[in-house]
Unconditional design. Structure first.
Length: 140
């Protein structure tokens, strides 16, 4: 398979995951809603309403998915993804009863969170491939 095709498949995969999961939060039917609610109660409950928080969190995920489709925004998308992933890992610290059964044994929710490392590696691959391609076109 051609490298360009693999990069675009990776971009499209990031788009699908972020846009889909974000859209479910925006319309209020995400299976992660309880986790988002628990994290909200442990961190932001005094600053913002839960419905507002869930809507904007989902909206940001949708936007993050969309920007992966625009190669010129790759660096921005990568750093936004890093910030987003930091927030997705917060339950492993703030909500240990939701994410850990015992040491090194995750709950299903914990596994859902840890799988985000695959998103990070995919995004990193796309960013590096974009950087190499951009550098090559500048030197040519």
């Amino acid at each position: 398979m051609e490298r360009k095709t693999i990069i675009w498949f990776s971009r499209f995969s990031l788009f699908i995951i972020y846009f889909w999961f974000g859209a479910l939060k925006v319309i209020g039917i995400s299976p992660a809603e309880k986790l988002v609610e628990h994290l909200y109660e442990a961190t932001l409950h005094q600053t913002l309403g839960l419905d507002t928080f869930s809507f904007y969190f989902g909206f940001i995920e949708c936007a993050l998915g969309l920007i992966w489709l625009f190669p010129a925004l790759t660096s921005w998308a990568f750093y936004a993804l890093i910030l987003h992933l930091i927030t997705t890992f917060l339950p492993t610290i703030f909500l240990p009863n939701d994410t850990w059964q015992f040491i090194f044994t995750l709950t299903l929710i914990g596994q859902y969170i840890i799988k985000n490392l695959a998103l990070l590696s995919t995004a990193w691959f796309v960013r590096e491939a974009h950087t190499v391609t951009s550098s090559a076109s500048v030197t040519v």
